[in-house]
Design a protein around this ligand. Structure first.
Ligand code: SF4
Ligand code: SF4
Ligand code: FES
Length: 389
């Protein structure tokens, strides 16, 4: 008879659960779910050896175990601390933890630019959510923020080092998923940065996954940059027969245009199945995919704004009053507007007024799409847009 495994009892914010020995406090909290789950910026359950860098997942252990119920003297990183039988942990019920997390957020933002209005990650950014939920309104830092030039790493990815929080997730992804790493964290302390030696391209066919694991807008998809705000796009789950990966993806549509392809993410914002570069960057037509249906998003996500599900559809009566003729016979939109002739995906830059006024191939240049640090200011922002501080 198989030997029954002994489970450890752990209590987090007054809720008790049982987990296998070796489970971390974070994973025990995820098993319970809800508000008591500590936020994570560097841990990634789908990768090995992650966690321990950002300190956003700090918790207080008020009793170490049944055998030794003394509290741990300092707050601990829940993603790296294993539970013991009888352990008691406090997260949102402990004001000192919340205060410490505020401090961590302040440090994470100390060199971070005010790029949200122009950043591709806005609307799905872990740092935005973290700052909103745990941050303070201002900063006490009076020093100039450090800035970097943007770097194209390979044909598909651009690195905005100014936004990087040095979580190491992309480094582990390149090591463990893409199978070859040509980039890493160089230098130490205030000089530390993600870099490729002599700007080597990252050419692995799975390297695009670093974009999905990046919790901020530091690694951006060059085929999507500045194409749209994520909350204007509609996510759809889709799949295709792919020789390199499972081919299960999420398409981000605007009308019939596939503006972006990403991996599907679970409730913790982590990739479910890694996808290859071909699926991510080269299959940008609806006809390339078998659409499964709209993605079920967290109802609090800003991406849900304006997307209605289960809405009662008004009765169609136009056809009835038109003796069975289709309403489009009344008005062919193409004859009065160029809007539907525009394929945003084929434009090398952002659309302009001219694009929608008779010249569907016209495109402009995003004010932030400049090199050599033009327009940098004290706040370290990448933007030359006068509306961005
Ligand atoms: S990564 Fe982009 S969206 Fe996130 S906080 Fe920074 S600037 Fe804002
Ligand atoms: S580029 Fe993104 S994933 Fe890589 S270390 Fe920086 S924040 Fe993390
Ligand atoms: S998530 Fe635990 S230290 Fe970063």
């Amino acid at each position: 008879m198989a030997e029954e495994k002994k489970l450890f009892k752990v209590t987090i914010d007054n809720i008790t659960t049982e987990v296998e020995p070796g489970t971390t406090i974070l994973m025990a909290a995820r098993k319970i779910g809800g508000d008591i789950v500590p936020p994570t910026m560097c841990y990634y359950s789908k990768l090995q050896n992650t966690g321990g860098y950002c300190r956003t997942c700090l918790v207080k252990v008020t009793a170490g175990s049944t055998a030794d119920p003394r509290p741990m003297p300092k707050l601990v990183a829940s993603c790296r601390t294993a539970v013991m039988d009888g352990m008691v942990v406090e997260n949102i019920t402990n004001p000192a933890v919340l205060e410490a997390r505020k401090g961590v957020v302040e440090f994470l933002l100390i060199n971070h630019p005010l790029d949200c209005p122009v950043c591709d990650q806005a609307g799905e950014c872990d740092l935005q959510d973290l700052s909103y939920e745990h941050g303070t309104e201002g900063t006490r830092s009076e020093f100039r923020r450090r800035t970097f030039e943007r770097i194209d790493i390979g044909p598909y990815i651009q690195l905005h080092m100014t936004r990087c929080i040095l979580c190491y997730r992309c480094v582990h992804t390149a090591n463990q998923v893409a199978g070859s790493r040509e980039h890493g964290v160089l230098d130490r302390g205030d000089h530390a940065q993600i870099a490729t030696y002599i700007q080597q391209s990252l050419e692995s066919p799975m390297i695009g996954n670093v974009i999905d694991v990046c919790p901020v807008g530091a690694l951006t998809d060059r085929t999507f940059r500045f194409k749209n705000r994520v909350w204007f796009t509609k996510p759809m789950d889709a799949h295709r027969d792919c020789p390199h990966c499972k081919g299960s993806v999420r398409l981000w549509l605007r009308g019939d245009d596939v503006l972006r392809v990403t991996a599907r993410k679970d409730q913790w914002g982590e990739v479910e199945d890694w996808i290859c570069n071909e699926c991510r960057f080269e299959k940008k037509k609806v006809s390339d995919w078998v659409i499964e249906g709209p993605t079920q998003l967290n109802r609090h996500s800003v991406i849900n704004a304006g997307h209605y599900t289960n809405a009662a559809k008004p009765t169609e009566f136009l056809k009835e009053v038109m003796n069975g003729h289709a309403p489009r016979l009344l008005l062919d939109i193409h004859t009065v507007s160029g809007v539907n002739m525009v394929d945003l995906n084929d434009l090398p830059g952002p659309a302009t007024g001219a694009t929608f006024n008779g010249n569907p191939n016209a495109f402009g240049h995003n004010p932030t799409d400049v090199k050599e640090g033009v327009g940098r200011n004290m706040a370290g922002t990448d933007s030359t847009n006068p509306n961005t501080p």
